[in-house]
Write a protein that binds this ligand. Structure first.
Ligand SMILES: [Zn+2]
Length: 179
């Protein structure tokens, strides 16, 4: 078994530039090959958004759509996985780290009252995303690709963590008008 070349992707939920994601994954795959490693895509499994309504589509629901439809959804994590699976010559391994929004608050939360009510009335910790990012970054990566739309906080925060952890960071800022 060859070593993993870990490519950590963090991306805004409304990221739409699939070509940019594909291009960067292609570069990362070439680096993996150069190093004699197998490419592993690591991401936070943020649910994609519909390109017209911008409504959230649960990950598993989205996965049941046709391949073409899936490729039009928005979101950095989603599009990275779509592109990775769409490569024909390179076989990407995928490692997903979904946030546990319904988990109990932690001592580091500002307060328990910061919880919000999600769909189906479930109580959610808004810090679950940042906690997940910390844990995901702590697992290490060879490179972090950050697709950040309009400076969105989640993706920027994860990119900053990766940078601090000494992971090679490639940041791709974009403005929503490009979509
Ligand atoms: Zn909390």
């Amino acid at each position: 078994m060859t070593d993993a070349y870990r490519v950590l992707v963090t991306g805004s939920r409304l990221w739409a530039d699939r070509a940019a994601v594909e291009h960067q994954l292609r570069i990362a795959a070439a680096e993996a090959e150069r190093d004699g490693k197998r490419p592993v895509l690591v991401h936070g499994q943020c649910d994609p958004r519909h390109p017209d309504t911008r409504r959230l589509i649960p990950w598993d629901t989205a996965k049941r759509m046709s391949w073409e439809v899936q490729g039009r959804y928005l979101g950095g994590d989603w599009l990275a996985e779509w592109c990775a699976l769409n490569f024909t010559r390179v076989r990407w391994e995928i490692e997903r780290h979904p946030a546990d929004w319904a988990a109990p608050c932690r001592g580091t939360c500002p307060s328990r009252s910061h919880r919000i009510t999600g769909r189906d009335g479930v109580s959610l910790c808004p810090a679950a995303g940042p906690y997940r990012n910390e844990e995901m970054v702590a697992l290490g990566a060879d490179v972090c690709l950050a697709f950040v739309l309009d400076g969105s906080r989640g993706a920027s925060g994860c990119a900053d963590l990766a940078d601090k952890a000494g992971i090679v960071l490639r940041r791709f800022p974009a403005r929503a008008y490009l979509t």
